[in-house]
Ligand binder design. Structure first.
Ligand SMILES: [Zn+2]
Length: 290
C-alpha cells in the first residue's frame, strides 16, 4: 500500500500531466512566461517563451493570433492586461495551424471573450474534431483538445478586417493542410512595413512525404508553401514559435536603436534553410542519392 505522501506525489504527477500534456512536458519553454512587448505598429507579443501569440489592436477591438495550449490562456490574458489592453476586447481569434500547441486554448478563448474563430479551410475539420482528424497526430490522444466551432472558414487570400487593420491569410500547407501565414502592413514612424507571420515550414519527425495515404499531396503542398513564402515581401519577420525569428536575441536588443524585429534578410535565410531541410528529407524519403 502507498503511504499518503506517495499518494500525494502521484496525484501531483497526474495533475501535471493532465494540465500540461505530455508534449508540453517535452518543451518547458512552451509554458515559460515571457515579457509581453510591443513588436511594431499595432502588433504586440503576448505569448510564452516558446509559443508565440500576437495581439493586434484596432479601433474596433483586438485580434489574437494563436490561443496556444489551454494552460496558456491565463498567461495570454495576463500579458494582454500588462500591456494595458482588455482580454474581453478580443473580437477575432486566428491561428497559424491546427496543432494543439497553437489552438488547444481556442475553445477557452472563445468562451471567455466571445471572439469569433476564423480558420483556413484545410484545418477546419481538424479544429472541429479537437485534433482527431489530423493526418499525423489524429490517433494520439495526447494531441487532442476540446473540439472548437469555427465561425468563419477562410480561403487562400482572404482578408480579415477589423477597424483599420487588414490581415491577409495565405494558405501555406504541408505541415498541416490549412497552415496559414499571416501578412499585414504596419506603420513604423510613418513608414509602412510588410509584416509576415510564418505558419510552420517544418517537416516534423515521422511525416511521410512519399506515399502518404492520409495526405497524398503533402510534398506538393510543401512546394507550394515555399513558393508562397519566397514571394511575400517581408520587413518584419514573425512566426508561430519565437525561435523561427530569434525572439530571445531580438527582444534583448529592443529599445537600443533600430527595431530588431525589422529583419528582411533573416526572413529570407530562414525560408531558404527550411526549404533546404525539406528538400533533403524529400530526397531521403524518395530513395534518391543526395
Ligand atoms: Zn505544428
Amino acid at each position: 500500500m502507498n503511504k499518503p505522501q506517495e499518494n500525494f506525489s502521484l496525484v501531483l504527477v497526474v495533475v501535471m500531466f493532465l494540465t500540461m500534456g505530455l508534449a508540453a512536458q517535452a518543451h518547458p519553454d512552451w509554458t515559460t512566461p515571457f515579457p509581453p512587448h510591443h513588436v511594431i505598429g499595432n502588433i504586440y507579443y503576448v505569448g510564452s517563451q516558446g509559443l508565440a501569440s500576437y495581439l493586434i489592436t484596432t479601433s474596433q477591438g483586438n485580434i489574437l493570433i494563436n490561443s496556444s495550449l489551454e494552460s496558456s490562456v491565463p498567461m495570454i490574458r495576463e500579458s494582454i492586461e500588462k500591456l494595458g489592453f482588455q482580454f474581453s476586447d478580443t473580437k477575432i481569434l486566428l491561428i497559424s495551424h491546427a496543432h494543439w500547441d497553437h489552438c488547444a486554448g481556442s475553445a477557452l478563448v472563445k468562451e471567455l471573450t466571445g471572439a469569433k474563430y476564423y480558420v483556413m479551410d484545410g484545418d477546419v475539420d481538424v479544429v472541429d474534431s479537437g485534433g482527431k482528424t489530423d493526418f499525423q497526430y489524429g490517433g494520439d490522444g495526447n494531441n487532442h483538445y476540446k473540439p472548437t466551432k469555427v465561425d468563419r472558414v477562410l480561403h487562400d487570400g482572404d482578408e480579415v478586417r477589423l477597424g483599420d487593420i487588414v490581415l491577409v491569410a495565405h494558405l501555406t500547407p504541408g505541415h498541416t493542410k490549412g497552415t496559414t501565414t499571416w501578412t499585414m502592413k504596419a506603420n513604423d514612424g510613418g513608414k509602412m512595413l510588410d509584416i509576415v507571420s510564418v505558419g510552420r515550414p517544418n517537416v516534423n519527425r515521422g511525416y511521410k512525404l512519399v506515399n502518404n495515404e492520409l495526405y497524398p499531396q503533402i510534398a506538393h503542398d510543401y512546394e507550394r508553401m515555399f513558393a508562397v513564402l519566397k514571394s511575400l515581401p517581408c520587413d518584419v519577420f514573425l512566426g508561430a514559435h519565437g525561435d523561427y525569428y530569434g525572439l530571445l536575441a531580438k527582444y534583448a536588443k529592443l529599445g537600443h536603436g533600430t527595431n530588431p524585429f525589422i529583419d528582411p534578410d533573416g526572413y529570407k535565410s530562414y525560408v531558404a534553410e527550411r526549404e533546404q531541410a525539406f528538400r533533403e528529407e524529400l530526397k531521403k524519403q524518395s530513395g534518391q542519392k543526395q
